[in-house]
Design a binder for this molecule. Structure first.
Ligand code: GAL
Length: 468
């Protein structure tokens, strides 16, 4: 026993020295592997994103203009009415924030968020040097001189007619509440449709899917809810297919509806509604991939997660395939797009008509996993960035001919008078490294930063001719 214990000591010493040595070797090997992996993923990342050409694109003067960081310094006016010093002492006044001002219908800053009709964008009356400029938040007139009514909307580029079609909620009716705690609403009027060749001058094509006036059991009865309509074209069937959020006034039905037409400008025949995959569906969108497969993406489980699944080949139904994504993240207003093989999505938080912080997400495969890559908003000021420039995402439109550049389309809701809600369109650029490393590894992410740049006024790059 003794002799055994004697010889065990030096052995164990040797073992320790050996294990220390091998631990360092293992650590060195691991670090080496990690370095090589990073190097590989970085070159891969550069290649996937067009490497130098992507960098060159962002150095192009036209793009530099879009990517200029524009600050906003809005002074909050002093509170109206004098308060006695004693009263002020009794109840210390809460500091008014820019969000309070935005939500206050009587705010002295109302004109900053909702400029009046005098400052409307009227493409037919605009001087040459002001033409093609977007002014986020201003009233935007169609070619008849009426404010465009296409809220919660999306755009289809129709290759057949080389025309853009903008579909959205036609909300030109009185705003009211069904009951005290209910959300402000406008009765369904229908889906407004506008056509354009240049994405700036829009002609009203009419209400392409209208409310049902008399039959109270119909989904489209005016007392119900029709929101976020989106249209995709099916090459196989030659049909234009519209998907939309269908609900009752209390948002308990939580369904999606489908309508179909032979023409982009309708009229659309309503086919009915369903709870997709047997699940609640509220804010939603559809996305058509390069291979022609289309997907439905919707907020579900009390808006706590999003669901995504492919549609059938005719785009008229969902299939049995569905993935739960961004589980527990409480996101809505999804707007999906793709750049160089990677899928991106912008979502909002869930605060009804009130604005909140947008987040960008990315995925290698459309069915996930999806990674949240942060707030895409740049410029304005902190409150602007935390409120998505006082707006909520609805759609992201690729700019043909300018890979990596998109138009971010959002709604600046006016719950006091929903028909007076405004459009916030801003340049969205996918380029450069993301702010944070991947949550689950030390690797360089395989996707790029998504940036939405605030501009008080901006226009599309010169040379953009509108067509694919
Ligand atoms: C928002 C949603 C809008 C609308 C609104 C009603 O959260 O994005 O589309 O449904 O709630 O309060």
């Amino acid at each position: 026993m003794k002799s055994r214990s004697k010889c065990r000591k030096p052995t164990s010493l040797r073992c320790n020295a050996g294990s220390r040595y091998s631990t360092s070797v293992v650590i060195f090997c691991l670090l080496g592997c990690l370095f090589l992996l990073n190097l590989y993923s970085y070159t891969h990342y550069k290649d996937r994103n067009g490497g130098e050409s992507q960098l060159r694109l962002s150095r192009h003067p036209q793009f530099r203009e879009l990517q200029e960081v524009e600050e906003e310094n809005i002074q909050i006016p002093p509170p109206r009415g004098k308060r006695s010093p004693r009263a002020a002492k009794r109840r210390p006044k809460k500091k008014t924030t820019l969000i309070d001002e935005f939500l206050d219908e009587n705010s002295q800053l109302r004109h900053v968020f909702f400029p009046g009709h005098k400052r409307a964008i009227d493409p037919l009356q605009t001087s040459a040097n002001e033409s093609y400029y977007y002014y986020p938040g201003r009233i935007w007139l169609d070619t008849d001189g009426n404010p465009i009514q296409a809220h919660g909307g999306g755009i289809l580029y129709d290759k057949n007619s080389r025309t853009y079609y903008w579909y959205g909620e036609y909300k030109d009716g009185p705003t009211y509440q069904v009951h005290n705690k209910g959300a402000a609403r406008v009765d369904i009027i229908g889906v407004g449709c506008y056509s354009s060749k240049d994405l700036w001058t829009w002609t009203h094509e009419g209400i392409v899917l209208a409310a049902e006036e008399t039959n109270e059991t119909h989904d489209l009865h005016k007392s119900n809810v029709l929101e976020r309509p989106k249209v995709i074209y099916n090459e196989r069937t030659g049909k234009y297919v519209m998907w939309m959020h269908i609900d009752d006034a209390n948002y308990t039905k939580a369904a999606v509806g489908v309508a179909i037409s032979d023409r982009p400008d309708g009229p659309y025949d309503y086919l009915g509604s369903q709870r997709p995959h047997g699940c609640e569906s509220r804010d939603m969108t559809v996305f058509k991939d390069d291979d022609g497969v289309a997907y439905l993406i919707y907020s579900s489980e009390d808006n706590s997660e999003l669901h995504i699944g492919p549609l059938t080949v005719d785009y008229l139904n969902v299939t049995s395939v569905m993935r739960r994504i961004l589980v527990g993240q409480h996101r809505e207003a999804p707007a999906l797009f793709k750049h160089q093989g990677t899928y991106y999505m912008i979502t909002s938080g869930c605060t009804g008509w009130a604005p909140n912080e947008a987040l960008a997400h990315a995925a290698e495969s459309i069915l996930g996993p999806w990674e949240t890559i942060g707030n895409p908003c740049i410029g304005g000021n902190k409150v602007f960035r935390l409120t998505t420039f006082f707006a909520q995402s609805t759609f992201v439109l690729p700019l043909p001919g300018f890979p990596g550049s998109f138009i971010f389309m959002a709604d600046r809701w006016n719950p006091a008078d929903l028909r007076e809600s405004r459009y916030v369109w801003l340049p969205l650029i996918v380029a450069g490294p993301v702010d944070q490393p991947l949550e689950y590894s030390f690797e360089f992410p395989l996707w790029s930063r998504v940036s939405i740049y605030w501009h008080r006024k901006w226009r599309l790059p010169h040379g953009w001719n509108g067509f694919i």
